[in-house]
Design a protein around this ligand. Structure first.
Ligand code: GDP
Length: 466
């Protein structure tokens, strides 16, 4: 295991860049001693004796004594800290030079540079968080919409682990019951089959409920990539603006607006969405434009949902049919937006567009008036496998992580095997083996049975300082 090496670690815990304040964090048995060697309080005072208290002072170079920055230092004594070790947070000025200077001083005073996610890894290894809670820390930091953040917070607070643990413990009881019967056939005997089937069925039901949330959950965490496809002038850019304006919240940074594709982050019904509009595909005889067309194809290929935009005032032309053909070749789910219905032309009103485009839905909209944009949003979210209704409580437990969903699937399959074995009167020790598989799969979610490799892989995804 990469994590779990001891020592006192230090890292910059705030984002790089110009900011009012920055924080350098230390954790480990010598965190307080190391900070003491680089800190000067007012009138030469030292660090506070009490846990959870803050003191003002200066960080100095532990060798030269030169002042590096003016700081506030917070001391958290073990075990009442994020990692359950002694933790010190040094709040300094937010510029790169200041935070790097403070980190440098900590390293000179005896700390080691932390690995990515090592603070959270220690919280996990010291039993303060289980694995799914540790993963939620990363999800929360990365959340781009309120709904995604709420799901991560519920997971951090143990919502998912609590449910998984309860099912796992119930199954362990069943296993113990079966095994007692095997070990003591005369005193205990085999549990009655119908009672076993009932208990296994109850566990399977709970796991099924969690798995039901995984469709929405996955896209809450990973987002939906939506490409707008269609010939020039059908209103793709206008539609993109209408979708952006609906929520007024541009939640992701814009990773480069190129000549021929425009990408914007949007919040659609609480789901983080990347909208991609392919502009400037007019003259395909031009070599540069040909490259643009190739890129647009790539974007359509990469999208989870392709919105085929058509113009209700113009009907279907050759260019529209070409756009539809292109979209049909891509793996994403298709939705049709029949735009410009405000003009009342109705040229596409009687065409079976779902059939023609192989689309999950066709929605008649107007980018100009905003008519039916809400229905288009719902169609996009549903096509990506989510439920648009925001009726559910935000604090609801949702399975957002593909690793958790895969473990739940394995547990469900094992329970299925156990249940059908019991019902068809197979020897109960077979059921007990399948139940143990289910117990192990559930334990991977909380980390009770996760191997070192899984653990390393999870924490390596974090950035330094988390
Ligand atoms: P794109 O080339 O597909 O991106 O299309 P644009 O968004 O640039 O729109 C092309 C033209 O159609 C512009 O003149 C828009 O004002 C107009 N347009 C777009 N959407 C609508 C709509 O819903 N109703 C009407 N009446 N005009 C629209």
């Amino acid at each position: 295991m990469e994590y779990g090496i001891g020592g006192t670690i230090a890292a910059i815990s705030t984002a790089a860049g110009e900011a009012g304040i920055g924080i350098v964090r230390l954790s480990g048995p010598d965190a307080i001693g190391i900070t003491g060697r680089m800190f000067r309080g007012p009138r030469g005072g030292g660090l506070p004796a009490n846990s959870h208290s803050v003191v003002y002072g200066h960080v100095v170079d532990p060798r030269s004594g030169e002042i590096i920055d003016e700081v506030l230092v917070t001391v958290f004594r073990a075990p009442r800290s994020y990692t359950r070790e002694d933790v010190v947070e040094i709040g300094c000025h937010g510029g790169l030079a200041a935070v790097r200077g403070v980190l440098q001083a900590a390293l000179r005073a005896g700390a080691r540079a932390a690995l990515p996610g090592e603070f959270t890894a220690r919280a996990f290894l010291n039993g303060r968080l289980d694995l799914s809670q540790a993963e939620a820390v990363l999800d929360l930091v990365r959340s781009k919409t309120g709904r995604a953040a709420a799901a991560a917070l519920a997971q951090l607070q143990g919502g998912l682990s609590g449910k998984v643990r309860r099912v796992r413990e119930d199954l362990l009881d069943v296993v113990a019951w079966i095994e007692a019967g095997i070990d003591f056939p005369d005193e205990v005997g085999d549990p009655p089959g119908d009672e076993l089937a009932k208990q296994i069925g109850a566990a399977a039901l709970e796991i099924g409920r969690l798995l039901n949330s995984a469709g929405s959950g996955r896209i809450l965490r990973e987002g939906i990539r939506v490409a707008l496809a269609g010939r020039p002038n059908v209103g793709k850019s206008s539609l993109m603006n209408a979708l952006l304006r609906m929520e007024r919240a541009i939640v992701t940074d814009v990773p480069g607006t190129t000549r021929d594709t425009i990408e914007e982050g949007a919040n659609i019904l609480g789901f983080p969405v990347t909208l991609v509009d392919m502009a400037g595909l007019r003259d395909t005889r031009d070599a540069v434009e040909a490259a643009g067309v190739a890129r647009a194809r790539g974007e359509i290929e990469a999208a989870d949902v392709v919105v085929i935009v058509l113009d209700d005032s113009a009907g279907l032309g050759d260019e529209d049919r070409r756009a539809i053909d292109n979209a049909r070749r891509a793996p994403g789910v298709r939705v049709v937006a029949v735009n410009k219905v405000d003009l009342g032309a109705g040229a596409l009103a009687r065409v079976d567009l779902e059939g023609l485009c192989g689309a999950s839905r066709a929605v008649r909209v107007s980018a100009r008036t905003g008519e039916n944009i809400g229905a288009l949003e719902e169609a996009i979210v549903a096509a990506a496998g989510g439920t648009g209704s925001s009726g559910g409580s935000l604090a609801q437990v949702v399975v957002t992580n593909a690793r958790h969903a895969a473990a739940l699937e394995r547990a469900a399959a094992a329970l299925d095997e156990a249940e059908s074995g019991v019902k068809s009167g197979l020897p109960v020790d077979l059921a007990s083996t399948a139940l143990r598989d289910a117990v192990d799969a559930l334990g991977e979610i909380t980390g009770d049975t996760a191997g070192e490799e899984i653990i390393d892989r999870i924490f390596r995804e974090f950035c330094v300082g988390k």
